[in-house]
Write a protein that binds this ligand. Structure first.
Ligand code: GLU
Length: 507
């Protein structure tokens, strides 16, 4: 058993917590949930809440994502004390600006023998993986460069061979008793056997750190006392503990929060629920209702028994200030909290009814009736109306949520209902993966049509029917661009779900 300290850090340390989202797409409801928990924990203890952007995975980087994360969290009132845009004493807060720091830290590990250079080529590693699969072994690095003689290392370096730096997981002798134990504040001690822990890559051959290295170095250098994150990171934690130990650093406390779930208890996914915070903002959910709803997840508030039974009650309604006063992270239950849209809608309705008429009007004018939205729509229909009164005829689908075409409208003449629904699902998959400009949407949809032998006319008529509920509309792709990706995709998913339900009732 490796000697790991599982006790908590010095209690006098001022509380510092963080969220560390990766800018890889739309801001996720899970980020807001974990953000809220960290925010509450810091506010309750006079601590600091840090926002760090973990953008070292350049293959998944989305340039607009960081700003959208900022916008969405601010919209909800989850405000950070330190971060890339507000600065702070521990910056920079964007990992891509800290690569030199990681390199220096890797050098420390190379020098003290807890990490090593591995020079295998991607082809050699692939070959190893295939051999392991063939031998029915779990694919993992076999450690063959763990003990390369110094002369060999010098030779490879002189030849300019690319390399990665890997963590030397102790003791790696196949001895099944070697393990790492850490304390999770909600679960107690968790033990991982080292033969299940790979010699993780810390520094990639492009000089960028992996998540594990950058995350640990930053949490330490930024003085983080409590790592409050989603439970999907539990299996990474032993690697992190080994890194803290390799550097000789004290551990933070670890709190792993249950994942949000769909109604059927599967991990929350866009197939079953909109997960983009942009969707909720654009579809007219109020930030106060949204934050209240997130606060209900997991049972951290004392009086929300009703939430766990699925019933809704007055006790479920509370503000961010109420949460700062009464929320207890220790009380979070491990059973996955269910992200129930029906409940969220109920809450939102309550907040709307309780708003002053002025506040309600203001909410409309800053979201679904905002100047910028209306201006874009006006420009689209100006040449298509004879009176201003016709504006509504052409544009109601931008404002109404109950758009649902009849079968006569959405099934093309030469197609069956069945094949139409199959193609609509393929359109959805294509749109999910496409940049949201009409210039990008058009070729992507046409390509799909060619592959599946759907004519351009059939293809676009179907999409038009789903999005606008009608056979006539302003230019479809421009309309979708204005309506926005999150709401467009949600509309197609609702369409598909509704049609599927009808299939089932017909059977
Ligand atoms: N970058 C990770 C994420 O995207 C951070 C996980 C953590 O909090 O350690 O969620």
């Amino acid at each position: 058993m490796t000697d790991i300290k599982t006790d908590t850090p010095k209690t006098e340390a001022p509380i510092r917590v963080r969220i560390a989202p990766s800018p890889t797409g739309d801001p996720h409801v899970g980020t807001a949930y974990i953000g809220l928990l960290n925010f509450l924990y810091a506010r309750q203890r006079g601590g600091k809440f840090v926002l760090r952007i973990e953008d070292t995975d350049r293959t998944r980087f989305v340039s607009t994502s960081e700003q959208e994360i900022f916008n969405s969290l601010r919209w909800l009132g989850i405000l950070w004390d330190e971060g890339p845009d507000v600065g702070g004493p521990y910056g920079p807060y964007r990992q891509s600006e800290r690569t030199e720091i990681y390199r220096q830290h890797v050098d420390l590990l190379l020098a003290n023998g807890t990490a090593y250079r591995a020079f295998e080529t991607p082809e050699e590693l692939e070959d190893l993986r295939l051999r392991q699969i063939a031998a029915k072994l779990p694919p993992r690095y076999d450690g063959s460069h763990r003990e390369l003689p110094q002369a060999k290392i010098d030779q490879y370096l002189a030849e300019g061979r690319p390399y990665v730096v890997r963590m030397k997981v102790p003791p790696h002798t196949g001895d099944s008793t070697s393990s790492t134990t850490f304390r999770d504040e909600l679960r107690g001690n968790i033990t991982f056997e080292h033969n299940n822990v790979d010699d993780q890559v810390l520094l990639k051959s492009d000089g960028f750190p992996t998540y594990h290295l950058a995350n640990v170095v930053d949490d330490h250098l930024m003085g983080i006392t409590d790592v409050i994150r989603a439970e999907e990171w539990i299996s990474s934690t032993p690697k992190h503990i080994l890194l803290y130990k390799a550097f000789g650093w004290d551990l933070p406390r670890f709190w792993h929060m249950p994942l949000l779930r769909n109604i059927d208890k599967s991990k929350i996914s866009k197939r079953k629920n909109p997960v983009s915070l942009i969707y909720y903002r654009q579809a007219g959910f109020l930030p106060s209702a949204m934050i209240n709803f997130l606060g209900l997840m997991g049972g951290g508030m004392p009086t929300n028994e009703a939430a766990s039974t699925g019933k809704s009650s007055e006790a479920d309604i509370f503000s961010l200030d109420d949460m700062i006063a009464r929320f207890r992270l220790e009380d979070i239950r491990l059973g996955g909290p269910v992200f129930d849209l029906t409940k969220l809608k109920w809450l939102n309705g309550e907040y709307i009814r309780r708003s002053t008429p002025e506040a309600f009007y203001e909410a409309l004018r800053t979201t679904i009736l905002s100047d910028s939205y209306l201006k874009q729509i006006a420009a689209l229909v100006q040449t298509r109306v004879e009176t201003l009164g016709e504006f509504g005829n052409l544009t109601h689908f931008f404002f109404a949520d109950d758009v649902m075409p009849t079968e006569e409208i959405f099934v093309p003449k030469k197609r069956t209902r069945e094949e139409t629904l199959t193609f609509a699902a393929e359109q959805l998959t294509t749109l999910e993966a496409t940049d949201w400009t009409h210039e990008a949407l058009e070729p992507a949809l046409k390509k799909l049509g060619e592959e599946k032998q759907w004519s351009v006319k059939e293809n676009f008529m179907l999409l038009r029917a789903i999005i606008t509920g009608s056979t006539m509309s302003p230019p479809l792709l421009e309309s979708m661009e204005i309506f926005g990706k999150p709401r467009t995709l949600a509309r197609i998913r609702t369409f598909l779900d509704t049609q599927k339900k009808q299939n089932n009732t017909k059977k």
